[in-house]
Design a protein. Structure first.
Ligand SMILES: NC(=O)C1=CN([C@@H]2O[C@H](COP(=O)(O)OP(=O)(O)OC[C@H]3O[C@@H](n4cnc5c(N)ncnc54)[C@H](OP(=O)(O)O)[C@@H]3O)[C@@H](O)[C@H]2O)C=CC1
Ligand SMILES: O=C(CO)COP(=O)(O)O
Length: 376
């Protein structure tokens, strides 16, 4: 090298993960597998039922979860977990949050050493109050853990509609020195293409809190809409829901500003805006007076906010974070509270400052004039 030549300090370019296991062939797992396969990567999609794998491999369609959407080539569906994980450079877990600990235990014997694990499920573990990444860290030490989260309805993503999401991992010291080689960047590169636009974050706590809490707030929005209220109410719940997310994220060591991103405010806006959201839809049906067993015409549908209303409020109690909207949803869903009375009480709480920095709280001036339902 001549003396005059600049010394290159740049690292060799990073590369996306090419061989990826997606565990869970429901709507979101199949949509993520489609994004990755469209980008030219080798995807093994694990479904627990062999008949579903036969349909996906044979007909390039997942009729139960994404009817009418033809899946790209490059997806190999399998119900053999060992086969799904064999040679995987990274793993996306996309089964409901309540299944995560069992999934980790089933994965353990077959996981390639050090393979990063990204969670695309959203929630807080029920008994432990752990964020899902903490469950993975406990069950599968030695594997970097992260999350993919944002405003992403599965069918729209599978159809390649423009969609953005955040890929967050805990950054190790080595990742900070060489961020382009971090699992977050490499997975973002794998997902990036067509309509899918990822962003990268190192605030895993903030990202996970947004995903877990937004489903509970979406149920609240649905309940209030179903009970007859409209846009003002929804905007108030979304905005105050963001405050609840920020408080929880900060108390757990995350950043408040992460909550204003795709995985917090973004996903909250999406799921509180339409009954395409299963969480909003459940709340809406309950708000209209449909008994829980008759919601979704009695079908067993994954509604994460229903389980997470309990786990989020339990966690908030344990660490002393007030989350009145989540509390109200939990009371209605699981403690037999009357929906209208519970929301009337939510609205008649003592007046607070916004933001809460003033530490101000005084009684509602007209507690004898509660919220009127059925007259809006
Ligand atoms: N759908 C969406 O738009 C989005 C969903 N998510 C999140 O993704 C996660 C999965 O949801 P989603 O794909 O929508 O759900 P679906 O209802 O579409 O699919 C659920 C999947 O989980 C599998 N499953 C259910 N129970 C178990 C179990 N005990 N062990 C292993 N697998 C099981 C089902 O298998 P089987 O068919 O055999 O029952 C199915 O493959 C949730 O946390 C959700 O919040 C995140 C972003 C978007
Ligand atoms: O998380 C989702 C979109 O980002 C899906 O929301 P639902 O589970 O409410 O359908």
């Amino acid at each position: 090298m001549k003396d005059s030549e600049p010394v290159s300090t740049s690292h060799p370019p990073s590369r996306p993960y090419e061989r990826i296991a997606v565990l869970g062939a429901g709507s979101w797992g199949t949509a993520l597998a489609s994004v990755l396969a469209r980008n030219g990567h080798q995807v093994r999609l694990w479904a627990r039922r062999p008949e579903l794998t036969e349909e996906i491999n044979g007909a390039s369609e997942n009729r139960q979860y994404l009817r009418g959407i033809i899946l790209p080539s490059g997806i190999e569906a399998t119900s053999d977990l060992e086969r799904a994980l064999d040679g995987a450079e990274t793993v996306l877990v996309v089964t409901p949050s309540s299944t995560l600990r069992n999934m980790c235990q089933a994965m353990r014997p077959h996981l390639p050493e050090g393979a990063p694990i990204a969670l695309a499920c959203k929630g807080v573990e029920r008994r432990s109050g752990y964020l899902l990444s903490e469950v993975v860290s406990e069950e599968l030490p030695g594997h970097p853990v992260g999350a993919v989260s944002g405003p992403t309805f599965a069918a729209e993503t599978a159809l390649d509609h423009p969609t953005a999401a955040t890929v967050a991992f805990l950054f190790s010291y080595a990742d900070r020195l060489n961020p382009e080689k971090s699992p977050a960047v490499r997975l973002a590169m794998s997902l990036s293409g067509g309509g899918f636009r990822p962003y990268v974050s190192d605030d895993l706590v903030g990202v996970e809190v947004g995903g877990a809490v937004k489903n509970v707030i979406a149920i609240a929005c649905g309940m209030m809409s179903g009970a007859g209220f409209a846009e003002n109410t929804r905007a108030a719940l979304i905005t105050r829901g963001i405050y609840e997310m920020k408080a929880l994220a900060e108390a757990l060591g995350g950043k408040r500003e992460t909550v204003t991103g795709l995985s917090g405010a973004g996903d909250l806006t999406l799921t509180c805006s339409s009954t395409t959201s299963r969480n909003m839809s459940l709340g809406f049906q309950l708000g209209q007076g449909t008994p829980r067993p008759s919601c979704f015409e009695g079908r067993d549908i994954v509604v994460e906010g229903e389980v997470n209303a309990v786990s989020v409020t339990d966690l908030a109690h344990r660490i002393g974070v007030p989350m009145p909207i989540c509390e109200t949803v939990n009371a209605v869903l699981h403690k037999g509270a009357d929906l209208r009375e519970a929301f009337a009480e939510l609205w008649a709480r003592p007046i607070e400052a916004e933001p809460n920095a003033l530490n101000l709280s005084f009684a509602h001036p007209s507690p004898d004039m509660p919220l009127q339902f059925g007259d809006v």
